[in-house]
Design a protein. Structure first.
Length: 239
């Protein structure tokens, strides 16, 4: 268990664009698009920052997935329709100068830096009911559903557990509808890293969490910032 005291700032909404943006996936025009944004914002980003993507079938077996790196975003192309899909983005090291400018380098290369961080974004999507979740050690901040989220339904609570570096973490604040209300906190994890999050939408639900972890003896960054989302449909899609 990682106690709240061990983290300098835990679960807080970051104040800068460097950290405030989240990551999730959406089905658009028959494609699985990686979305980098904040609420309704859907911003361009360097597709080279996608550091990994992983797809699985209902039994938890891996499906090959290709990352199509487009000019302003990334698209995920699994070999067949996945039951589970995860993606990671490494936003790199950022340092803030005294005049409030952020530079995409570590503080050792930014004289007079007053803040520094390296941010990572993760997303887990559940597409098919009854999917068996594999080990997801590559997702360093993970919102793990404790029941099948596709069976819960709008207006009911989904039990989740939040893991940081594979360990349950207390005091993490959860945003129940990041896509539509990114600044509205729903709940926070208990001493065992667990929480109940209201399923808000019949369509796409994006549950999100953010933490910032202080680092010791790192010449380039003072903190590691992590964002994670869990996405699923509130009700089955009907034509």
């Amino acid at each position: 268990m990682l106690p709240l005291k061990s983290l300098a700032v835990l679960g807080l909404l970051f104040a800068t664009q460097v950290c405030a943006h989240g990551l999730w996936t959406e089905q658009r025009r028959g494609n699985i698009e990686v979305i980098y944004g904040h609420g309704a914002e859907d911003d361009a980003f360097r597709a080279q920052k996608i550091s990994g993507a992983w797809a699985y079938d209902t039994g938890g077996r891996m499906i090959p997935v290709t990352v199509q790196r487009l000019d302003d975003h990334a698209r995920l192309q699994p070999l067949k329709p996945p039951a589970v899909l995860a993606v990671a983005l490494d936003n790199g090291m950022w340092s803030k100068t005294a005049d409030n400018k952020w530079i995409n380098q570590g503080r050792s290369k930014v004289p007079g830096a007053v803040e520094s961080t390296q941010t990572f974004k993760y997303s887990l999507a559940i597409y098919q009911p009854g999917a068996k979740l594999p080990k997801l050690d590559q997702i360093k901040l993970l919102i793990l559903p404790e029941v099948d989220p596709l069976t819960v339904g709008p207006g009911k609570s989904l039990p989740v557990r939040v893991l940081l570096d594979g360990k349950p973490v207390a005091g993490v604040k959860l945003i129940g509808d990041y896509r539509n209300a990114p600044n509205t906190l729903s709940t926070e994890t208990d001493a065992e890293g667990r929480a109940q999050v209201l399923v808000r939408n019949e369509g796409l639900n994006v549950i999100a969490a953010q933490v910032e972890v202080p680092l010791k003896d790192n010449a380039d960054v003072a903190t590691r910032g992590l964002f994670s989302s869990l996405t699923f449909l509130g009700e089955p899609h009907h034509e």
